[in-house]
Each structure stands twice: as structure tokens, then as C-alpha cells.
Ligand binder design. Structure first.
Ligand code: NOJ
Length: 527
């Protein structure tokens, strides 16, 4: 196995655990039914008490919220629904006082079509004409290429004002920035500097694999039935192309060096890698001492959690480190329902699996409570992606339902107004009930995170011993300990031949006293 060449960034642990907060759904203090920055500040103690290293805040910037905030209209302003810059400063101060670092999202691939840059570009104002990707129609009036947006449908929107097409790799309201225009990079660098001056400790970069594309706009070939097919639902035509020309990993990865230069050596930088079958190979291009610290890929969420997928990812990765492990986010159905039956038992199982793996880990708000996926009716959906694919939506809004904090408060203490999405409570109840129950999912996460630290698993090496679809056994060797991780995803007990001689360090469920592991459970053994 190769040595991990990354230096330690400033005061960051090498492989942190990062807790993702979706501001709209964390805590409301303004009686609007939507969360806000002050609300986050009031709940940071909960996050710190988990034992994570950092929070990552999904976008809270000025936005028409056509893509839940990933359509930014001003990258250096707080959207009034979330508060003010003073609220942000107070949040950072409180986080730092609690020993938490603060990462924020940076959406560099595109802006909102309401952004002043876009409005000026639309009017061809000098200096702004080429900030976005404008192209003339083909002689027959059709779009410059056959590229399809991530959310389905053509990636080109016709703008009569300029009599040209504009590229959008996501929603039509999210025009793509022209990364070949140095003025764009100057502006993005200034945005980075703005947030550095406000004390942030790291950045999560949205859609880093989409920044560069073929300058001649050549068509993508069909994916056919090949391995090149990007994972995803068959009802999204995006999966039907081979993305040879709309995503150029080498050019994008080279840009990761600029990102590192702008952010400086001490910031922790992580990128979202959307590259289908070559995800991990592409991730490796983006990461390194002079680039991003880590990236994350969608393999487990799209291909399903299994021993074979895990072992394939570990083999492709080589040395642990640059790949951040995660199971849930604001973009996928929650894993406890997607890969499990929504029970507290399955929530503990997946926690024991994720928190044993060497490398950085991303936790999504609410997973520490065992929050399940909500099956929302069409009328409740805000997300245009979910609405387009109804009745078979990707389930983004169903994963974004607000946090459940208290038993004896309206809307579980999230808001005193009507919550922006219907709320559901996980099997073990809201956070306060789980705190007073030693056997709850919340307590399990706290214990697992503490033991992950005690056993130095984050910086360990992993060696796969058994990888089957529903069974996974691996040895993790850290500076201080050797741990065997056994995961049983089947509904029956399974043999772990040497288990009888090993002492469990953590177990997600009660275990039979034998060389077996209980159904739907995971164990860490001291080895
Ligand atoms: C990835 C973000 O996580 C997702 O929520 C968003 O819709 C797209 N990028 C576009 O910004």
C-alpha cells in the first residue's frame, strides 16, 4: 500500500469527521418555519458533544432557492432568510469556542441566473459578456451540443436577449461559469479571500468535476450498456451518455491547484466528485499535497452499501486518506431507509461500519438520531429535481426534513411556525429523549466516535479479509491498535470463524456467544 503523502493541514486532524448541516432544516429562531444561522449557533453544543471535528454548512448565501441554495445570487452575502453576516461571525466564534472547525460550501461551477454577473452578461455589459458559456445555435437552430444536464433535459438554455444558448449543467436557472475566462477566477479568488477573512477553516467545493468541458463542444457518445455508464436512475437521460466531453477530469483537477493556492495551506479542502465509473481514479487526480485534501464520490449511495462495493472502492483507492466516507447527504435518500429498513438497529449497523473506516468521514445532520427518509407527497416537495421525477423522485427533500430536537415542544423544537417540510421522528425519538437513553442511536454514535478516536482508526490502514455482497470483514491497523471490523448485512447470523477468540471493542447489536455475528449488525474486535 502506498504511503499517504498529505501533510497535516494547520490545526486539522489528518482525517477529520465532518458534520454536514443543511441550514434550512437545522433550527429556526426567526419563526419562519425554516432554519437559520442563529439556530445553528444555539445547537452547536449538540454537534460538539458528538465528538466530530468540524461542521460543513451547506449554502446560506443570497439565493432565490431554486436549487435549495446551490443557486447563489451573491456569494458574499447571507440570504436574509438565514440571517446576517454578524450571525455568521457569531456562529464561527461559538464553533471555535466549542473546538469545532467551520467549513462552508463554495459553488464555483455556476451561479443563479439572478446573480448580477449573469444579468450583466445577458445584457453583454463590457467585462461580463464571457463570464458564462454562451454559444451560437447550430445552423438548424439547435443547441451547440447534445449534452444533458445532471437533472435531465438539455444542458443548453436559449436566451432570446442574446440570441444565444447558455450552458447549464444543472438546472436552467443555474448558468455555468466560464472557467476559461481569467476574470471568473479572479472573482472566485476574491470570494475565497472574503470567507477566509471571516475565519472559516475549510471549504467543500460543489461539482468540481464539471468546471471544464471540451472547448469545441463536441457531442457526448451514448453510454450504451457499457461500464462507462454513470450510475443513476434509468429515468434520467443523463445516465445514457458517456460524459467524455462535458467533464474533463484532467483540466478540472489542474484547477484544484489554483483552489489550493487561493485557500492557503491550512484550510481543509474537499470536493464533490461526480464521475461515475471512474470516480475514485478521478478523485485521486484532484487530491494531493498541492490540491484538495479529499473528495467524496457517490458509489455507495448509488450502487448500494455492500461488501463488494466497499472492497472495490478500497482496492481502487490504494492508500486511505483522500476518499471521504459517507452514506447520507442532502442529495440522496437517507441511508437507513435506502439501504436498511429504517430501524434503530440498522442506523447503529451503518454507524459502526462508516466510523471504522480509515479516512475522513462525512456525517449528515440527523443520521446520528437515526432519522429516516420521508416519503413526501408531491404537494410537499420544493426540490425541482424531486418534482420532475415524481412519482419516482431521487428523494432529496425526503432527506432534508427538519431536525427533531425535543419531545415536549411544537415541531420537536425545530420551529414554532409551520415547518417548511413535514417533519418525521426517528424510531428512538428526538435528540433529548435519546440523550437519556443509553441504548439510543445518538449514544451509539457518540460512543463509536469516541472509540474511533481512541483506537486511531481514522489514520489506519485497511485490509479486506472477506467481501461478499452481504458480508464484509476487514482488518484495520492503526498506530496503536489492530481492529477487525465484521459487518453482516444479511437477515440471519453469519460465521466469523476467529471471533470467539477476539474481544469486541464495539458492537451495534447484542451478539450470540459464539463464532457468529448477529443479523444486521457490525462489530469491531480488538485483534
Ligand atoms: C451538488 C449539490 O450537492 C446539489 O445539492 C446541487 O443540486 C448540485 N451540486 C448543483 O449545485
Amino acid at each position: 500500500m502506498e504511503a499517504d503523502p498529505r501533510p497535516t493541514r494547520g490545526l486539522w486532524p489528518k482525517n477529520p469527521v465532518i458534520y454536514q448541516i443543511y441550514p434550512r432544516s437545522f433550527q429556526d429562531t426567526s419563526e419562519t418555519g425554516e432554519g437559520d444561522l442563529r439556530g445553528i449557533t444555539t445547537r452547536l453544543e449538540h454537534v460538539a458533544s458528538l465528538g466530530v471535528d468540524s461542521v460543513w454548512l451547506s449554502p446560506f448565501f443570497a439565493s432565490p432557492m431554486c436549487d435549495g441554495g446551490y443557486d447563489v445570487a451573491d456569494q458574499t452575502a447571507v440570504d436574509p432568510r438565514f440571517g446576517t453576516l454578524d450571525d455568521f461571525d457569531a456562529l464561527v466564534a461559538r464553533a471555535h469556542a466549542l473546538g469545532l472547525r467551520v467549513m462552508i460550501d463554495q459553488v464555483f461551477n455556476h451561479t443563479s441566473d439572478q446573480h448580477p454577473w449573469f444579468q450583466k452578461s445577458l445584457r453583454r455589459e463590457p467585462g461580463f459578456e464571457d463570464m458564462y458559456v454562451w454559444q451560437d445555435p447550430r445552423p438548424d437552430g439547435s443547441a451547440p451540443s447534445n449534452w444533458i444536464a445532471f437533472f435531465g433535459g438539455a444542458a443548453w438554455r436559449w436566451h432570446p436577449q442574446r440570441a444565444q444558448y447558455c450552458l447549464h449543467q444543472f438546472l436552467p436557472c443555474q448558468p455555468s461559469l466560464n472557467h476559461r475566462n481569467p476574470k471568473v477566477h479572479d472573482a472566485l479568488r476574491e470570494i475565497t479571500e472574503f470567507w477566509l477573512a471571516r475565519g472559516v477553516d475549510g471549504f467543500r467545493y460543489d461539482a468540481v468535476t464539471s468546471f471544464f468541458y471540451d472547448p469545441e463542444f463536441r457531442d457526448n457518445p451514448p453510454a450504451g450498456d457499457t461500464q462507462a455508464r454513470i450510475p443513476g436512475p434509468a429515468n434520467n437521460p443523463f445516465t445514457m451518455q458517456r460524459h467524455d466531453n462535458d467533464m474533463l477530469p484532467n483540466d478540472c483537477a489542474a484547477f484544484a491547484r489554483d483552489i489550493r493556492d487561493w485557500a492557503g495551506p491550512d484550510q481543509y479542502l474537499i470536493g464533490e466528485i461526480n464521475e461515475g465509473p471512474k470516480s475514485i481514479e478521478v478523485l485521486r487526480k484532484f487530491t494531493g499535497p498541492d490540491r484538495l485534501d479529499a473528495g467524496y464520490v457517490v458509489d455507495l449511495a448509488e450502487r448500494g452499501v455492500s461488501g463488494t462495493v466497499l472492497s472495490d472502492m478500497i482496492a481502487r483507492l490504494g492508500a486511505p486518506g483522500p476518499l471521504a466516507w459517507w452514506l447520507s447527504s442532502h442529495d440522496q435518500a437517507r441511508h437507513v431507509s435506502r439501504d436498511g429498513d429504517g430501524s434503530a438497529r440498522d442506523a447503529r449497523l451503518f454507524a459502526a461500519l462508516t466510523l471504522a473506516l480509515p479516512g475522513p468521514v462525512l456525517l449528515f445532520q440527523g443520521e446520528e438520531l437515526g432519522m429516516t427518509q420521508s416519503d413526501l407527497p408531491f404537494e410537499a416537495l420544493h426540490d425541482p429535481f424531486d418534482r420532475t421525477y415524481w412519482p419516482d423522485p431521487p428523494g432529496r427533500d425526503g432527506a432534508r426534513t427538519p431536525m427533531v430536537w425535543e419531545d415536549d415542544a411544537p415541531n420537536y423544537g425545530f420551529t414554532s411556525a409551520a415547518p417548511w417540510l413535514p417533519m418525521i421522528c426517528p424510531p428512538d425519538g428526538p435528540a433529548d429523549r435519546q440523550l437519556s437513553n443509553e441504548g439510543s442511536v445518538l449514544q451509539f454514535y457518540r460512543t463509536a466516535l469516541r472509540k474511533r478516536g481512541d483506537l486511531n482508526l481514522a489514520d489506519g490502514r485497511i485490509e479486506v479479509l472477506l467481501a461478499e455482497d452481504r458480508m464484509f470483514i476487514a482488518r484495520i491497523v492503526s498506530v496503536s491498535d489492530t481492529v477487525v471490523l465484521a459487518v453482516n448485512l444479511t437477515d440471519g447470523p453469519q460465521d466469523v470463524p476467529y471471533a470467539g477468540t477476539l474481544r469486541p471493542a464495539l458492537q451495534s447489536a447484542e451478539q450470540p456467544v459464539s463464532d457468529q455475528i448477529a443479523p444486521r449488525s457490525a462489530i469491531w474486535y480488538h485483534a
